[in-house]
Design a protein around this ligand. Structure first.
Ligand code: SF4
Length: 200
């Protein structure tokens, strides 16, 4: 299996879909390669495309606040998106683009082996909660093959809607509870210290 560095290099050279022609920079994702918690958003926006980093614009600032509510530090989680290049004018990703980019996300998950996957928005939700409605599933989690999947709205959706903002803050607190219940399992025998979920 490749290392995260090798994987990022491969993603950086990707031309599998038309978005390669429009991007300023690829945004593979960032965080420790052995993160316990993986956040998956939708697609890079303007700021992310410029900087090559995920969630660095206004939605990213809100995500940072949500991480604090969830008892997490940004540097201890891995954050990425369903697709790694910005769609023009921030339009929704096309099914063909999601399909083309899927192997990169698959390889990231294989490498990271997260214990908790938090979906941000409907595109990553669809991967783990097929057919679900966000209004019903946000703030809830399922456990499959030892991995917890937790659904949240996309932070960008909440920027201009106070009710969604409140819902996301509440969901972040629920996530904190879920993580605290998982903590003993995360720190099981044989787990390196970096894989232990220290919360604050
Ligand atoms: S969006 Fe994904 S599949 Fe398309 S060019 Fe970028 S990295 Fe490749």
């Amino acid at each position: 299996m490749s290392t995260m560095e090798e994987l990022n290099r491969d993603i950086g050279a990707c031309q599998r879909c038309d978005l390669a022609r429009h991007r300023a920079r690829v945004v593979p994702g960032e965080g420790p390669a052995d993160s316990v918690v993986l956040f998956i958003g939708e697609a890079p926006g303007f700021h992310e495309d410029q900087q090559g980093r995920p969630f660095v614009g206004p939605a990213g600032q809100f995500l940072n606040q949500l991480l604090i509510l969830a008892g997490l530090r940004r540097e201890q989680v891995f954050i990425c998106n369903v697709i790694k290049c910005r769609p023009p004018e921030n339009r929704d990703p096309l099914p063909t683009e999601i399909q083309a980019c899927r192997p990169w996300l698959d390889r990231q998950i294989e490498l990271i082996e997260p214990k908790v996957v938090v979906t941000l928005g409907r595109y990553s939700m669809a991967r783990y909660f097929p057919g679900a409605a966000m209004s019903k599933v946000h703030g809830k989690h399922i456990k499959r093959d030892g991995i917890v999947y937790f659904a949240m709205y996309h932070p960008a959706a909440a920027l201009h809607q106070q009710s969604l903002r409140k819902a996301m803050e509440q969901d972040a607190l629920t996530l904190k509870q879920v993580l605290s219940q998982l903590e003993p399992a995360s720190a099981g025998p044989g787990e390196p210290e970096s894989r232990q979920l220290s919360m604050f």
